[in-house]
Design a protein around this ligand. Structure first.
Ligand SMILES: [Zn+2]
Ligand SMILES: [Zn+2]
Length: 108
């Protein structure tokens, strides 16, 4: 049996971190999130992501990482904003970069 070190998905940015580094990362990530959110145009700002309420310890005393990660993933997905030109969804900061190069299809 191969044991992968368990990783936890950050509910803010959706990246995976080790069980130890997530507790260091989360407050920093939230701070960064606020900085970025404040820079966004008003219509792209989002409410602060909420840490998903998941029972992380199973009956056997293990972390229920699958449930936790699924909830975190859903949380990051809910932050995505659709591009009003092509309809693809992006995180607001990527959307701004994307829209620089996203052009409506030229009418022929
Ligand atoms: Zn993060
Ligand atoms: Zn687009």
């Amino acid at each position: 049996m191969i044991r992968r070190p368990p990783t936890i998905v950050c509910y803010i940015c959706g990246r995976e971190y080790g069980t130890k580094s997530i507790s260091i990362h989360e407050p920093q990530c939230l701070k960064k999130w606020h900085n970025e959110n404040n820079l966004l145009p008003k219509e792209l700002r989002r409410p602060e992501p909420k840490k998903p309420e998941v029972r992380t310890i199973t009956a056997k005393g293990f972390y229920d990482l699958d449930a936790l990660n699924e909830a975190a993933w859903t949380s990051t997905q809910s932050q995505l904003v659709p591009c009003n030109i092509c309809g693809r969804t992006f995180l607001p900061d990527s959307l701004i970069v994307h829209q620089r190069s996203c052009k409506p299809k030229a009418a022929k």
